[in-house]
Design a protein around this ligand. Structure first.
Ligand SMILES: *Cc1c(COP(=O)(O)O)cnc(C)c1O
Length: 376
């Protein structure tokens, strides 16, 4: 079968290999069969291996849904009665965590920081020192809306110093940027099959500390479908997901994991870095500007300022590129008009070079000045 190859430069879902796409085509199977349970058991262990977790200390739990489902799960399941969660908020994905707290009426502190700067760790420490009822600290590893990389190891160390559990949204870094769950002081992190793993949408994971999951059995149950202990306990006692799993998506994720280990953590990360550098080189050549200082970018996505050019239309540029197999993505910051180019997926720097040929044509056809013009 010939499947058209599209290059997705959006922040997930990612471009996948044909072998991952085709892995979904399997004989029908009831997911309650032993064969399926044993595949998930292996998968749960492999997901912990990706972040170098000790299998006696860490486990992973699968959920049906996009990445937001595991943000919801971690936040609603891990807060003891009468305690507070501190959210270090420097972007739209952390803001989503704040909203989750609001929906569940969870006592929280929203520590708002500028979106283009690293959080002030002294202030984080002051908050922890002054509010001893904080038992959870939450941060986003790579704020995908801007591409800023947050210092999780340092924040985690502060959380632990004050006896709090540290939750990190690693959805846009997991299986891309190397993570060491223990050394990075992470108690819980998250992933979604369609991002770093380069698999299909609809399957997400919590990777975290077994003892803390067991402890959470005594915490308030705030959701029926999205409770971490419930799903963990069901896996441990039956080998299955509590409710119907996304069967074919899991087969694709299995294939993606095999391909991940075959490519290797370091080689894969180097490939993404090459893609990332090719994106920067192409943008620089055209005169585009990004909004985050290079040295604090995570290496996964570049957020680019719209030109100050009367002919600029993101829609038109998008459509021109899309028709030629390249997908670019609007930004997600409230203050500035931006678009994004991401280094996710089964792509190489050659794909990026091909993309910039098309982008150059798109700018020409739309009479946009090159080099790109900015008023300030
Ligand atoms: C993609 C992503 C999510 C999940 O978003 P969905 O729309 O649910 O897939 C959460 N956090 C971060 C940092 C992400 O990049």
């Amino acid at each position: 079968m010939q499947i058209k190859r599209n290059i997705l430069l959006n922040p997930g879902p990612a471009t996948t290999t044909d072998t991952v796409k085709m892995a979904q085509v399997v004989p029908d199977i009831c997911p309650r069969e032993k064969e399926f349970a044993s595949m998930m058991k292996q998968m749960r262990e492999d997901l912990v291996r990706i972040v170098h977790g000790n299998l006696n200390k860490y486990t992973s739990v699968l959920f049906c849904g996009s990445g937001t489902v595991v943000m919801d799960v971690c936040i609603n399941s891990l807060l003891p009665e009468g305690k507070r969660i501190l959210i270090i908020n420097n972007g739209t994905y952390s803001m989503r965590a704040v909203e989750i707290c609001e929906y569940y009426n969870l006592p929280s502190i929203n520590f708002e920081c500028p979106i283009d700067e690293l959080p002030d760790l002294d202030k984080v420490e002051q908050i922890l020192k002054g509010n001893r009822d904080i038992t959870l600290v939450y941060t986003t590893h790579n704020e995908t809306g801007t591409g800023i990389l947050n210092p999780v190891r340092e924040i985690g160390s502060l959380a632990h110093k004050y006896g709090a559990v540290f939750i990190v949204d690693t959805i846009s870094t997991y299986a891309m940027r190397p993570i060491d769950i223990e050394k990075d002081n992470i108690d819980f992190c998250m992933a979604s099959a369609q991002k770093g793993l380069m698999a299909m949408t609809g399957l997400s994971f919590v990777i975290g500390n077994i003892e803390l999951i067991r402890k959470s059995a005594a915490y308030p149950k705030r959701s029926y479908y999205c409770n971490l202990f419930m799903q963990y306990h069901f896996f441990e006692t039956t080998g299955q997901m509590h409710f119907t799993p996304p069967v074919q998506t899991i087969y694709a994720a299995r294939q993606a994991l095999d391909e991940y280990f075959r490519e290797g953590e370091e080689a894969k990360w180097n490939r993404h870095l090459e893609v990332f550098e090719a994106i920067h080189a192409g943008l620089d050549k055209l005169g585009f500007k990004d909004i985050i200082k290079r040295d604090i970018q995570a290496g996964l996505g570049v957020t680019v300022k719209y030109p100050d050019d009367e002919n600029w239309s993101f829609e038109k540029i998008h459509d021109y590129c899309y028709e030629r197999g390249f997908t670019i993505y609007p930004g997600k910051t409230s203050a500035q008009n931006t678009f994004r180019l991401c280094a996710l997926g089964a792509i190489t720097k050659d794909d990026i070079e091909d993309f910039f040929v098309v982008l150059y044509e798109a700018l020409k056809v739309n009479n946009i000045k090159i080099p790109i013009h900015y008023d300030a």
